[in-house]
Design a protein around this ligand. Structure first.
Ligand code: 2X7
Ligand code: FE2
Length: 300
């Protein structure tokens, strides 16, 4: 067999569209005066590490592509269009043009089916990729020139329970790892999730006016810090155990499953993760966190 594929890094890659808006890329229509700098510097540091590894493919699991029946993957080689945040269309109207690693998408669908899961391959050429996926992908690789695999968030945590949803995402993580091994590719996994998710309901006149930006309340901050401590100390199994409580107490966006999917694919790493940045966006807690799987011996 040729070289088996491997996961070279996992990333907690939050997707507030505000971070793209603040960067003023030519693909995004609205213009800004900046903002949320510490988080954006965190992405800058992450990007240096990730791009130096020369990944073949970036996989992203996003809560804003929610599917009620099973897990969906993109199944056409090329998607181009306008991604719009329905809540913040005045901040994010982004023209994207991405290539998809269809071979890997199909392997994930095949492995999922073999494991008894419901999988669907998205072949609608007019399908609009959600802003969560595009934001995490853009902030990790602004050139958007590395092929992607986008995976939907199955609704099970909301329809059934946190625990049922988490078990489903763990299985999806194992399936994804097996598919990557078969693919022969060097893969980076992006878990497109914020942490605590209580947010403001009134936007300042200037959205990037940082005098209005702070965590929603102290309890949300304490939860975020506890979770980040566990990541930095390599206590991911313990993190999995408290995650359902975190979801309820902090309305955490990890409920949608991306973090569980990614850590499961990595085999619940025990080495320390690196936190590149933490900051609030409309009051929600967001951290850019990297698991360097290759450096830590996770990718043989
Ligand atoms: O989707 C989001 C998010 N997760 C966090 C903050 C702001 C906007 O959108
Ligand atoms: Fe979100």
């Amino acid at each position: 067999m040729a070289n088996p594929g491997r996961i070279i890094a996992g990333v907690l890659a939050p997707h507030p569209p505000h971070l793209v808006y603040a960067e003023n890329p030519p693909q995004n229509e609205p213009r800004s005066e900046g903002g949320w700098d510490v988080l954006r510097w965190g992405y800058e540091r992450l990007r240096k590490n990730i791009l130096a590894k020369k990944p073949d493919v970036l996989l992203v699991h996003s809560p804003h592509w929610m599917t009620y029946v099973g897990h969906h993957v993109l199944g056409l080689p090329h998607f181009k269009g306008l991604s719009v945040d329905p809540i913040f269309p005045h901040l994010f109207r982004f023209q994207y043009d991405v290539k998809v690693d269809v071979d890997l998408s199909l392997l994930i669908a095949e492995e999922g089916k073999s494991a008894g899961m419901t999988m669907k391959v998205m072949k609608n050429p007019d399908f609009r990729i959600d802003y969560g996926a595009i934001t995490s992908l853009y902030l990790t690789n602004p050139r958007l020139d590395i092929p992607i695999v986008a995976i939907s968030s199955n609704n099970s945590p909301y329809y059934f329970s946190n625990e049922v949803g988490q078990e489903e995402m763990k299985r999806l993580g194992e399936v994804t790892r097996r598919a990557i091994e078969r693919s022969g590719k060097r893969a980076v996994l992006l878990a497109s999730n914020s942490l605590s998710h209580r947010h403001f309901v009134t936007e300042p006149e200037i959205p990037e006016d940082m005098s209005h930006e702070h965590i929603y309340h102290h309890g949300q901050y304490l939860w975020d810090m506890e979770v980040l401590k566990m990541m930095r100390e390599g206590r991911t199994q313990e993190l999995m155990d408290i995650l359902p409580e975190f979801m309820d107490m902090a309305a955490a966006e990890v409920k949608a499953g991306a973090l569980t999917w990614m850590l499961s694919a990595l085999g619940m790493p025990t080495y320390p993760a690196e936190v590149h940045g933490y900051g609030s966006v409309i009051g929600t807690g967001n951290a850019v966190v990297e698991w360097d799987h290759e450096k830590n011996g996770g990718a043989k």
